[in-house]
Write a protein that binds this ligand. Structure first.
Ligand code: H2B
Length: 104
């Protein structure tokens, strides 16, 4: 089994997020990444969540999220280390890609 990913420094988080334009879509703190996404309706929101859920299982890294109708609020952090690891950056990038391509 893989080892837990390690914490990355605040400046590395900033650099990595800017490299992938995550700073445009995510609120970045040393503890977590936060994003809200509003879709056209519940069907689109749930289609998005389903695709993210499948991807999350594949990488064994899961969002903390909530959904009310067409709105999805997402927190990403690595529970085991209480902060941001490379897995959060990777998942954030995947979430942005999936959100851009949602089809119901
Ligand atoms: N997801 C997130 N966001 N943080 C974790 O620390 C984490 C996870 N740990 N998914 C994984 C699963 C761990 O619990 C399993 C046992 O690998």
């Amino acid at each position: 089994k893989e080892r837990n990913p390690t914490l990355i420094s605040d400046s590395d988080i900033q650099t990595l997020c800017k490299m992938h334009s995550l700073n445009a879509t995510w609120k970045i703190t040393p503890q977590k990444l936060y994003r809200e996404i509003k879709f056209n309706n519940f069907k689109e929101a749930f289609s998005f969540m389903n695709q993210v859920a499948i991807f999350s299982e594949q990488i064994d890294h899961h969002p903390d999220w909530e959904n009310v109708y067409n709105l999805v609020k997402i927190n990403l952090n690595t529970h085991d280390i209480g902060g941001i690891s490379i897995k959060d950056i990777f998942l954030a990038y995947a979430i942005d890609t999936i959100a851009m391509n949602v089809r119901v």
